[in-house]
Design a protein around this ligand. Structure first.
Ligand code: SAM
Length: 258
C-alpha cells in the first residue's frame, strides 16, 4: 500500500514510522509512506498556505490552490493503482464520519490512499466540495492539526495489511475486530504480589481456555460497551450467556435497592 500525506508539517511523521513494526514494513517494501509539504505547492515568495476568512472571524483558513495542486500532482496518473477505482482522497476533519475498526478495514482494501491534514481554522470549503472523496474524524473533539489524526488512521490501517504484524492472527482477536472487546490477557509470573493468573489459563486444556476466553469477551463487552452486543455476530451460547448475565445483573440491582 502507498499512502500519500499532505501536510504543513511533514517532520511530525518521522518518529512514529521510524521504529519497530512500521519501519520494518517500510524497509520490506510492504508500505510506502510519501510525505508532501503543502507549502511546496505555493507560488509566492512567502509560501503562503493560509489566509484570512471571508466575512471575518478568528483564525486563518487553509487556501484551496496549494491543496488542489498537491492532490492533482500526487494522484496524477496513479488512479489505476486501485484497480480502476479512484484513489480515496481523505480529509481529516472533526466534521467527518467517525473512524472505527470497520472504516479501518475498508481503507485497508485500497492500494493507495491520500490523506490531507488541516491546520488553523480548517480548509476553504471548496476543498471539501470539489476535491476530496471522503472525510474522516477520529473522535468528537478538536485537535490543533490533522497530523495526529492521520497517524491514527495510518497506524490502524497498516497493522491490518498482510505481513505487517508478526502474526496474522493477532488482529483477528483484537477488541473491535469481531465487534466485541478482547478477553483479559496475562503473562508470567503466575503469581504477582499475591494476584493469581486464572487457573484455567495454566491448565493446558485448550478447549477450556477457548471457552473461558469467549465468556470473558461477552462479560467484558456487556460490562463496558453493552451497545456493541446489539450489532455483533453472536452464537447461541453467547446469546444464552448474555441473557443469564443480564438477568443476574438486574436481580443484583434489585437486591441492592431493597
Ligand atoms: C483546529 S482544527 C479546525 C476545526 C474546524 N474549525 C471545525 O470546527 O471543524 C484544525 C485541523 O485539525 C484537524 N482535526 C482536528 N480535530 C480533528 C478530529 N477530531 N478528527 C480529524 N481531524 C481533526 C483537521 O484537519 C482540522 O482542519
Amino acid at each position: 500500500m502507498r499512502i500519500d500525506v499532505l501536510t504543513l508539517f511533514p517532520q511530525l511523521f518521522e518518529a512514529p514510522f521510524s521504529f519497530g513494526i512500521f519501519k520494518r514494513a517500510i524497509d520490506n517494501g510492504l508500505v510506502e509512506l510519501a510525505l508532501h509539504n503543502i507549502r511546496d505547492y505555493t507560488h509566492d515568495r512567502h509560501h503562503t498556505a493560509d489566509d484570512y476568512p471571508y466575512g471575518g472571524g478568528a483564525g486563518m483558513v487553509m487556501k484551496p490552490e496549494p491543496i488542489f495542486e498537491a492532490v492533482e500532482a500526487v494522484v496524477a496518473g496513479t488512479d489505476t493503482d486501485n484497480e480502476g477505482g479512484r484513489t480515496p482522497v481523505i480529509l481529516l476533519t472533526p466534521q467527518g464520519r467517525l473512524f472505527t475498526q470497520p472504516v479501518a478495514n475498508e481503507l485497508a482494501q485500497y492500494k493507495r490512499l491520500v490523506l490531507i491534514c488541516g491546520h488553523y481554522e480548517g480548509f476553504d470549503e471548496r476543498v471539501r466540495e470539489h476535491l476530496v472523496t471522503d472525510e474522516i474524524s477520529i473522535g468528537d473533539y478538536v485537535l490543533t492539526g490533522g497530523e495526529l489524526p492521520a497517524m491514527v488512521v495510518i497506524d490502524a490501517v497498516l497493522r491490518l495489511l498482510p505481513g505487517v504484524l508478526g502474526s496474522e492472527d493477532s488482529t483477528l482477536e483484537d477488541s473491535h475486530a469481531g465487534g466485541l472487546l478482547e478477553y483479559p490477557q496475562y503473562t508470567r509470573p503466575a503469581d504477582f504480589r499475591g494476584w493469581q493468573v486464572p487457573e484455567v489459563l495454566l491448565s493446558g486444556n485448550h478447549a477450556e481456555i477457548e471457552r473461558w476466553r469467549r465468556e470473558q469477551i461477552i462479560r467484558r463487552t456487556l460490562e463496558r460497551r453493552p451497545e456493541l452486543l446489539d450489532t455483533a455476530e453472536l452464537g447461541r451460547e453467547d446469546r444464552e450467556l448474555v441473557k443469564r448475565l443480564t438477568t443476574r445483573r438486574s436481580k443484583d440491582n434489585k437486591d441492592r435497592e431493597l
